[in-house]
Design a binder for this molecule. Structure first.
Ligand SMILES: C[S@@+](CC[C@H](N)C(=O)[O-])C[C@H]1O[C@@H](n2cnc3c(N)ncnc32)[C@H](O)[C@@H]1O
Length: 351
């Protein structure tokens, strides 16, 4: 098959420049050049690069991209009366894929198209099945077709690899707000568990008993940990939710999250303090290097103008400091769907 000339990347609207800076840097490290014309607030970019398939297969997981796949074909001017025939023609001769996604960029300008794509997926799926381009039943273990509609007559088609596919279509976390949780932030930690620990995250947490939550009030993150059976020390001068405190699993300490030290090592440290990301990252490293915690999940609030640069600086520092421990660590970072001007970082021992 001829190599693709572009990678399609979806991101949070407003973070197109960061997404481009990141994929450009990652591609350069692997010896690939590329460029993109960025449409501000659109929620997607087309990174034009020779050998996009080869790049896709070696690209590390990205912080600012929710989804990524190589472009197979671009079709414009799809006729209103039959949009399906040109798509079938473009995919003719391809092996059947296991799933179909009709993607849309999340930017405001694409709302109407998103509604269209949500309906169009049904007849398109049926047609692909009839033409042996899609397995009769969903097969998530195989590659999936992506059809990114820019408007109802303009589609970008591609094929992903199952190992690179996000846990939710387009990386949009489908999580319901639990009514008992003390704050909406709770969804951020739940999404972080899904994304960083995988779909069996609950089982993984079963081996954990203790946690510290820095900047815990009113308790949305603590609530997630309590729900998994952990004993939590919640550090914050602000008030914690009464019902959560009544669980008996939470000790609330009115102390400074940057200086307090635990009496015994804990399994998890989580941190959602609204503070300089450099300061937060340094404190997380102190905890790991000193052995006060085994695992960390924290939120890093990024400054408006230097989001990519800030993360690059922090990543460099933390990799250098972790290397000094002589132990292998797994460092994962992602702008989660429930993150706004921030990214979430997870550091665990690399087993
Ligand atoms: C975004 S809120 C945390 C929300 C919480 N994760 C939840 O899910 O409900 C940030 C919290 O960090 C706390 N905070 C900020 N600086 C702190 C510090 N130095 N020590 C302890 N807590 C701090 C604030 O009081 C605030 O309650």
């Amino acid at each position: 098959m001829e190599d693709a000339d572009s990678l399609i990347l979806l991101c949070r609207p407003g973070f197109e420049k960061e997404c481009l800076a990141e994929v450009t840097a990652a591609a350069a490290t692997l010896g690939h050049g590329g460029w993109a014309r960025v449409e501000p607030d659109s929620g997607w970019i087309r990174f034009q690069t020779a050998e996009a398939n080869r790049l896709y297969s070696t690209l590390p997981s990205l912080v600012f991209a929710r989804e990524c796949w190589p472009l197979l074909a671009e079709l414009q001017g799809l006729p209103n009366h039959d949009r399906i025939a040109p798509i079938l023609q473009a995919l003719q001769g391809q092996a059947p894929a296991g799933l179909l996604f009709c993607d849309t960029a999340e930017g405001d300008g694409y709302r109407a198209t998103a509604r269209f794509a949500g309906k169009f997926i049904h007849p398109l799926r049926q047609a692909l099945r009839q033409h042996d381009l899609l397995t009769p039943k969903d097969r998530p273990d195989l590659s999936a077709w992506h059809a990114l509609f820019l408007d109802s007559g303009h589609v970008l088609l591609g094929l992903d690899g199952p190992e690179r596919r996000p846990g939710w279509p387009m990386g949009i976390a489908r999580l319901k707000f639990p009514p008992q949780a003390p704050s909406r932030s709770t969804l951020k930690l739940e999404e972080a568990f899904h994304v960083f620990l995988g779909k069996h995250w609950r089982r993984q947490l079963q081996d954990s008993f203790t946690a510290v939550d820095l900047g815990a009030a009113p308790g949305g993150w603590t609530w997630q940990l309590v729900r998994q059976g952990l004993q939590v020390q919640a550090i914050d001068n602000g008030p914690m939710d009464d019902e959560l405190m009544a669980s008996g699993q939470v000790e609330h300490l009115h102390v400074d999250g940057f200086t307090w030290v635990p009496e015994h090592p804990v399994d998890w440290l989580v941190c959602d303090m609204v503070e300089s990301p450099y300061r937060v990252a340094e404190r997380m490293l102190d905890w790991l290097v000193q052995g006060w915690t085994r695992n960390v999940i924290c939120n890093l609030k990024l400054p408006m103008k230097k989001r990519w640069q800030t993360w690059q600086d922090i990543e460099q520092t933390l990799r250098a400091r972790l290397a000094e421990t002589g132990q292998p660590w797994q460092v994962q970072a992602r702008q989660l769907y429930f993150d706004r001007e921030e990214i979430t970082l997870c550091i665990r021992p690399d087993a």
